[in-house]
Ligand binder design. Structure first.
Ligand code: ATP
Ligand code: MG
Length: 440
């Protein structure tokens, strides 16, 4: 991508409305724009990061055996009357009437709709287990939307829904998502700790929130500090192995970890003082097992091996991609801007032409840009007329992991500089060596 032809509206000044660093940096880097309270556009740079986050989430959902579909944002009120949640949900639900005066709503979650899809076509235990998910916009009319896309009214959610014949089978489904979440957050460069959680309006029996420790987090959390170094389930984890997944769950729930709603002071005080971590955190995921809470009122049942009909046991599993992007920034930035983990960086490499218009600099940059693009790298080429200082500041701000800098003096020697955004380390090398370093 040539920066001269891209759309990346950088702000020079710190936006006054932004209270936390991630919101400030997302606005300054031109990643998002507020359209009305708690409702955001994702501008091209932000959209790239969001897409990469979603690709990792999708990959791990698929690995765990979940199947992607797409459900609409607008739902009919009827389904929610069936489950009894239409009246229970309260003011967070945006209620709409269509031209025939039929009550509709903008979905805050999809338990009812997915249960309806399930009951319309699954009739036998032989089709179980089943886990269906989508990555879709949700709307919740939050009392206090704030911190940019961290708590917005319209936001994106990956929501998965599992269906099983028995409680035991449903617990295995729960454990699959539990392990998939550990892997997902790890690949996003985050350490998320599963904590016992309140089941809230979704209702249910077993629930964990996945929390990232951060000073700007809205939740107050308490946990054993060993969680920070626990091993993440490997790539070759067998998600069909019931015992192996139970062992992962048991290990990751063996020590104290709870949000303030579930906090048990006495149990926490039983942890050795030096091992106690009491901190603030950001909730990036939440999983629930709720048994037959929706399948019973909505009549979602299958025929079991005994020939009888059984209400299915369900769970639901949410991750917030539009909250994860600022959460990653909260965890990874410095005074100059964002430092993206390579897995979600909007570009892999930025090529900085310090003197656009200078033939040797132009030729060198074009050569590098073409070679790295051809090798499948996402390259941003800063070919604009801006001053070198401005270009360096922009490259640091947008947090691309590697900068290749071409200035007249180095280029005259057939060389460029390669800078690592995270460490700030700079290395001078031949043009060929710079290309070869990133072409494997
Ligand atoms: P919170 O406690 O932060 O209000 P919640 O418990 O109501 O969230 P869930 O129903 O558990 O949210 O939703 C699943 C995930 O969706 C959350 O873990 C979070 O990552 C994301 N999410 C929920 N509400 C918002 C929001 N208003 N803005 C952005 N992301 C959100
Ligand atoms: Mg939650």
């Amino acid at each position: 991508m040539r920066l001269s032809r891209y759309f990346m509206p950088i702000l020079k000044e710190n936006p006054k409305e932004a209270e936390i660093v991630s919101h400030r940096l997302m606005l300054r880097a031109g990643m998002i724009r507020q359209q009305s309270q708690g409702i955001y556009s994702w501008l091209p740079l932000g959209k790239r990061v969001l897409d990469k986050v979603n690709a990792i989430i999708r990959d791990e959902q698929n690995r765990a055996g979940a199947i992607e579909l797409s459900m609409p944002t607008l739902q009919s009120a009827e389904l929610w009357q069936e489950s009894g949640r239409y009246d229970a949900y309260g003011k967070e639900m945006l209620r709409i009437k269509d031209r025939q005066d039929r009550p509709m709503l903008y979905g805050p979650t999809n338990e009812e709709m997915v249960t309806d899809i399930f009951r319309s076509s699954v009739k036998s235990y032989k089709d179980l287990p089943l886990n269906l998910y989508h990555i879709q916009l949700k709307f919740r009319d939050e009392i206090r939307p704030r911190f940019g896309t961290m708590r917005s009214r319209e936001f994106m959610m990956k929501d998965a829904y599992s269906f099983d014949l028995t409680r035991e089978a449903a617990e295995h489904s729960y454990n699959k998502m539990f392990a998939a979440y550990l892997r997902t957050f790890d690949r996003l460069g985050l350490r998320a700790i599963p904590m016992r959680a309140d089941t809230g309006p979704i209702g249910g029996k077993l629930s964990h929130e996945f929390i990232i420790l951060a000073d700007t987090g809205e939740s107050e959390v308490f946990c054993h500090k060993d969680f920070v170094d626990f091993d993440i389930p490997g790539e070759h984890t067998d998600f069909d192995n019931v015992e192996a997944l139970q062992a992962i769950f048991d290990k990751w729930t063996s020590l104290y970890a709870a949000t303030s709603e579930m906090h048990d002071e006495a149990a926490f005080n039983a942890v050795a003082e030096g091992d106690r971590l009491s901190a603030r955190g950001i909730e990036v995921g939440h999983i629930f097992y709720f048994g037959t809470k929706y399948s019973e009122p909505m009549g979602a049942k299958v025929q079991g091996p005994d020939g009888k009909e059984h209400f299915v046991h369900m769970g639901s599993y949410g991750i917030g991609p539009t909250r994860l992007v600022p959460a990653i920034i909260e965890a990874s930035h410095d005074d100059n801007g964002i430092i993206w983990p390579a897995s979600v960086a909007p570009f892999d490499i930025v090529v900085i032409n310090m003197k656009a218009g200078d033939q040797a600099c132009d030729d060198t940059c074009e050569l590098i840009y073409a070679a790295l693009s051809k090798a499948g790298k996402d390259v941003l080429y800063d070919d604009t007329d801006d001053r070198a200082g401005t270009k360096f500041a922009t490259a640091d701000l947008i947090g691309v992991p590697v900068q290749i800098i071409a200035g007249p003096r180095a280029v005259a020697n057939g060389e460029v500089e390669v800078k690592d955004r995270k460490t700030g380390a700079r290395e001078t090398m031949t043009i060929e060596a710079a290309i070869n370093r990133f072409v494997v």
